[in-house]
Design a protein around this ligand. Structure first.
Ligand SMILES: Cc1cc2nc3c(=O)[nH]c(=O)nc-3n(C[C@H](O)[C@H](O)[C@H](O)COP(=O)(O)O)c2cc1C
Length: 186
């Protein structure tokens, strides 16, 4: 059982929150992490490698720091490069990915209250990701969000990393979703 995690952090060396979340996934069986900014410093995303990664995945996690209420640009580019041909030109491959559970996991500088002031929840802010998941016929999961990261002490950060681990472990897998989507035999 493979959990693919696409990490999009342009400066992981300086990260505290995203590194803490990743540390919560230590020893997770079948975890395959790709650090997109390290793998593609020239932003030339390898379509074939990324397509194969998706095909190996039983569930997919998109992890990134919130940048202007959205994803860092390389994750958007990953969507452009990988999903555009997959969905529009490779329907047979895309159908193999039907029901892939996908969860967005983000860290934010702003506290939860500041998001209430915007009038939009994380779920609403991620509407383009959710719509994209639906277009791909993947199964969108409730996003994971760690807010106000600068205010979190080491203990709170460690608790958050364990919560993240639980959220990933409680995602369904593609085969579970496929069984749910299959027409009933009766
Ligand atoms: C270019 C940029 C844009 C940002 N935009 C937002 C934002 O819209 N909302 C927010 O809450 N935090 C924003 N932040 C703060 C980051 O989300 C925060 O620094 C990050 O989650 C910390 O994670 P790290 O410790 O892994 O780097 C932004 C930071 C940068 C550098």
């Amino acid at each position: 059982m493979t959990t693919a995690l696409l990490l999009a952090h342009p400066n992981l060396a300086a990260s505290r929150a995203n590194r803490a979340l990743l540390s919560g996934l230590d020893d997770l069986p079948g975890l395959e992490i790709v650090d997109l900014y390290a793998a593609y410093p020239d932003e030339k995303i390898d379509l074939s490698a990324e397509r194969d990664r998706l095909l190996r995945a039983d569930r997919l996690v998109l992890q990134f720091p919130m940048f202007w209420y959205s994803t860092p640009p390389l994750l958007k580019r990953w969507q452009d490069v990988v999903l555009t041909p997959l969905i529009y030109l490779e329907p047979n491959t895309a159908s193999l990915l039907k029901g892939l559970p996908v969860m967005a996991a983000t860290t934010t500088g702003g506290p939860a209250a500041s998001y209430r002031q915007t009038g939009m929840s994380i779920e609403e802010l991620f509407a383009p990701l959710k719509a994209t998941a639906r277009k791909a016929r993947w199964e969108w999961q409730t996003p994971f969000a760690l807010h106000d990261v600068r205010a979190l002490d080491d203990e709170a950060m460690s608790a958050a990393s364990q919560n993240f681990r639980s959220a990933v472990l409680s995602m369904p897998t593609r085969s579970v979703v496929a069984r749910r989507l299959a027409p009933s035999a009766t």
